[in-house]
Ligand binder design. Sequence first.
Ligand SMILES: NC(=O)c1ccc[n+]([C@@H]2O[C@H](COP(=O)([O-])OP(=O)(O)OC[C@H]3O[C@@H](n4cnc5c(N)ncnc54)[C@H](OP(=O)(O)O)[C@@H]3O)[C@@H](O)[C@H]2O)c1
Length: 306
Amino acid sequence: MTQAPALREVLDESSAWSLLRALAKRASSGQPLRRARGLAFDRRGELREVPPEMGLFSVDPDGEPAFRMAAHVAPSVAQMLDLYLPLCVGDGKTSLVFAHMGQSLDAQIATSTGASRYVTGPENIQHMHRLRALADAVVVGAATVDCDDPQLTTRLVPGDNPTRVVIDPALRLAPRRRLFQEDAAPTIVVCACGARAGTERIGRAEIVEVEAEGRVLPPAAIVEALSRHGLRRIFVEGGGITVSRFLEARVLDRLHVTICPIFIGKGRPGVCLPAIDRLDDALRPRARRFDFGDDMLFDCNLARAS
Ligand SMILES: NC(=O)c1ccc[n+]([C@@H]2O[C@H](COP(=O)([O-])OP(=O)(O)OC[C@H]3O[C@@H](n4cnc5c(N)ncnc54)[C@H](OP(=O)(O)O)[C@@H]3O)[C@@H](O)[C@H]2O)c1
C-alpha cells in the first residue's frame, strides 16, 4: 500500500496556501478548528486531521504562534503560516473581521487626487489578494470605488473571489462601476435605511439597508447584516475612512498595516482616529512584524489590545 507523503515533503508555499484555504473554508462553513490538532494531507491531497503528537505540523487556535512544526520548512512557508493562520481559525459562530492599510512613511494611502496604484510593492499586492481569498466578503468605502473602480477579485492567487461589499450610505455611486456590472462575484451595496427609495438593485448588486447613526452606518450593524447573508469572515480593504470607522468602533479583530518607504505628502490619510489627551488612552495592540520585500507589515492583534 502506498504511504501518504510526509508533510515535510509536501509543505511548500503552494501546499501551505492550500492548507490555509482549506482551514478558512472550514471556518466559513461553521466548522473551524477549535483545539490543537495535527494536520496532514491524505493521498488525494485532502486536508486530514490527526492527533497532535502524530502531526509533523499542528495548529493551536489559541496559541501564539498558532502552529508548531516538527519538521523543517522553508522560512517563506513558516512566515506564511505564521501570518495567515490566525485568520483561518475562530469560533465559527461570531464574525472575524480583519483589515489592511498600505501606507507611506508619512501615513498616506493615496495622493490628494486619490491615486494609489501602487503605494506598496508586489509582495503586498499579492498579500491583499490572499486576504481576499481567505475572506467571505471584502469591504470597501464608496470613495475607493469612486477613485479605483476596483474588481476586488483574487486574480493574483489561487482562491475563490469573496462577495464584494461597498459602503455607500446615500447610494451615490453610478451603476456603470465594474463591481456592479461584472459577475466575477456577488456584490452587495450597504446603504442607510430609506436611501434606496424603491430601487431593487444597482446593476447586478443587491442593496442591503442598515440603520444609520447620524451620517455613520455603525460597523457592528454592517457586520451583523453581512452575517445574516452568511458572510462571517470579513476583510475590510479600505480606504482610510472605512478602516478607521471599523477600528474606532472596536469591531476589528486584526489590522495589517504595511508601511512602504515612500513619502507621498499631503494626500488621503490611512488610519485616523479621534484625538486623545493622554498616551495612556492610546490603543496599543500587540503587534508582530513581517518583512515584505522593501515593505514592513505590522500585524496588530486588536482582540488583545490594551
Ligand atoms: N493603500 C491602501 O491600502 C488603499 C486601500 C483602499 C483604497 N485606497 C485608496 O484610498 C482612497 C479612498 O479612501 P478614503 O479614506 O478617502 O475613502 P473610503 O474609505 O474608500 O470611502 C469613504 C466613504 O465610504 C462611505 N463609508 C465608509 N464607511 C462608512 C460608514 N461606516 N458609515 C457611512 N459611510 C461610510 C462614506 O461615503 P460617503 O462619502 O458617500 O458618505 C465615506 O465617505 C482612494 O484613493 C483609494 O485608491 C488605498
